[in-house]
Design a protein around this ligand. Sequence first.
Ligand SMILES: Cc1cc2nc3c(=O)[nH]c(=O)nc-3n(C[C@H](O)[C@H](O)[C@H](O)COP(=O)(O)O)c2cc1C
Length: 168
Amino acid sequence: MDLRAAFLEGMSRAATFVAVATTDGPGGRAGVTISSLTSVSADGEQPSLLACIHHLSPAATAILKNRAFCANLLAEDQQPLSDLFAGRGGDDHGARFDRADWQAGPMGQPMLAGATATFECRLATAMLWETHHIIVGRVTQMVLADNPHALLYGQRAYRRAVGLEPKG
Ligand SMILES: Cc1cc2nc3c(=O)[nH]c(=O)nc-3n(C[C@H](O)[C@H](O)[C@H](O)COP(=O)(O)O)c2cc1C
C-alpha cells in the first residue's frame, strides 16, 4: 500500500462526528459536509473551532468572502442531510438549502434544524495548506438540541457511539 492509501485507511479508522459547514452573505449561500470540525479552545476571548475545507469547494470560497459560517453538528438520524451536503444527490449548493429545514442565526448564518449542536462563528483566520483551507472561527452563538446523540463516520460508513462496559 502506498503512503497516501495507508494514510486514507489509517484516517478512516479515526471515527469522527459529522458536521455541515454553512454560510450566507455577499459571497453566496453554501454548505458542505465535513468531518474535520475540531475544537481549538474554550478559553480564549471566545471559544474557537476549526474546519478543513477543500479549496475547490464553493463553500470554502463563500466562507472566506462572508467571513462567517455555522458549524452544524449532525444528530444520529441526519444521515440524509450529510449526504445532501456532501453533494451525493447532485444538488448544487443553493438547491441543498431548498431541501433542508433551516433558519438564519443572529449573524445570518444558516442553522440546520435538528442538529445536535450548532456553532455560529465569525471567521477569525484562515490558511491555505496545499489542497485545503484551514478555517478558524470564533463562536458567537450556540444552539443545543435536547438530543445529544451525534452522527459518526468511520471506516467509510455512518455509525453511532455505543457505551462500553468498564473492563477489568
Ligand atoms: C462524512 C463526510 C465527511 C467529509 N469531510 C470533509 C471535510 O472535512 N472537508 C472537505 O473539504 N470535504 C469533506 N467531505 C467531502 C465534501 O462533503 C464534498 O463531498 C466535497 O467537498 C465535494 O462537494 P462540493 O464541491 O459541493 O463542496 C466529506 C464528505 C463526507 C460524506
